[in-house]
Design a protein around this ligand. Structure first.
Ligand code: DGL
Length: 290
């Protein structure tokens, strides 16, 4: 079984794509909604919460866990990989590395914008990883502290959200008008994508290939808005292709006590209602304590 972890609902945008690409596996989703947002918390707290979630999912039978959260990937992933897990028993992967790998083939101006939580921005993870891919890139980050609270409270599609969408995008594009590629560096942000795209269509440099966000994997399109679901799903499929021993571990029905599902640290009813909307199908979540 594969574990998918996020501070809240954002990881559902990743789960959706992964499940479409790899329907043969069971998935156990854990949203730490009671303690979201993570994006404004300190390194120590994000590490502690993420490790608790990883240990919980492992105890439930997940031998591969995706941190479907950029903030946790930026602030906790490396420490957990290096100090807290035995790779012969458990693998933990993040979402930042696969995302930056597709960027050099997408941009023409080589000016990249990164929209992320304050925690991810402060970690500089995107800047460091993007410059490893191509040192000639110019990377401008923009923290969007209001976006996750809007999404967690279900306000993201209402008119009030427009103000904050416009505010952060304007700030980013004012700081670097040459940006042609914008990374949605938080897994919650695709839930605001219709509003983000509507605003970007009014700007000259960002090409939106919609109706819905384009495949973010094809080169030569010339920048655009980069959403992570598709990218992470392809990267995971590739990883499993290269690691048949892990396929064997996550496929064994004896390893998992449950056959997947949805866990939340908040109210199960509240999570089930919101997640059913985000996934466009009814789901039933279970409450847990970390
Ligand atoms: N969805 C998470 C991310 O990708 C974090 C949101 C938060 O809790 O602040 O960064």
């Amino acid at each position: 079984m594969i574990g998918i972890f996020d501070s809240g609902y954002g990881g559902l945008t990743i789960l959706n794509h992964i499940r479409q690409h790899l329907p043969q596996y069971d998935y156990l989703y854990l949203g730490d909604n009671a303690r979201a947002p993570y994006g404004t918390r300190s390194f120590d707290v994000i590490y502690e919460y993420t490790l608790q979630a990883v240990n919980y999912l492992h105890q439930q039978g997940c031998n591969l866990i995706i941190l479907a959260c950029n903030t946790a990937s930026a602030k906790a992933l490396r420490t957990i990989q290096q100090h807290d897990i035995n790779p012969d028993e458990l693998r933990v992967l993040g979402v930042i590395r696969p995302t930056v790998e597709v960027i050099p083939q997408r941009t023409r101006t080589k000016h990249i914008g990164v929209l992320a939580t304050p925690g991810t921005v402060a970690s500089e993870s995107y800047v460091i990883e993007l410059l490893k891919q191509d040192p000639t890139l110019t990377v401008t980050q923009q923290a969007c502290p209001m976006w996750v609270p809007l999404i967690e409270s279900g306000e993201h599609l209402h008119a009030g959200a427009d103000y904050f969408v416009e505010k952060y995008l304007t700030e980013l594009l004012t700081r670097d008008p040459l940006i042609d590629t914008i990374i949605l560096g938080c897994t919650h942000y695709p839930l605001l994508q219709p509003k983000i795209e509507a605003f970007l269509k009014t700007t000259p440099n960002i090409v939106i290939n919609t109706p819905h966000h384009p495949s973010t994997l094809q080169g030569g399109v010339g920048g655009g808005l980069i959403s992570q679901g598709e990218i992470v799903a392809h990267s995971l499929a590739d990883y499993l292709h290269r690691h048949p021993e892990i396929v064997e571990r996550i496929s064994s029905p004896l390893r998992g006590r449950s056959g997947g599902g949805f866990l939340t640290t908040e109210s199960a009813t509240k999570f089930s209602e919101s997640a059913s909307l985000f996934l466009s199908k009814p789901i039933e979540a279970q409450h847990i304590e970390l």
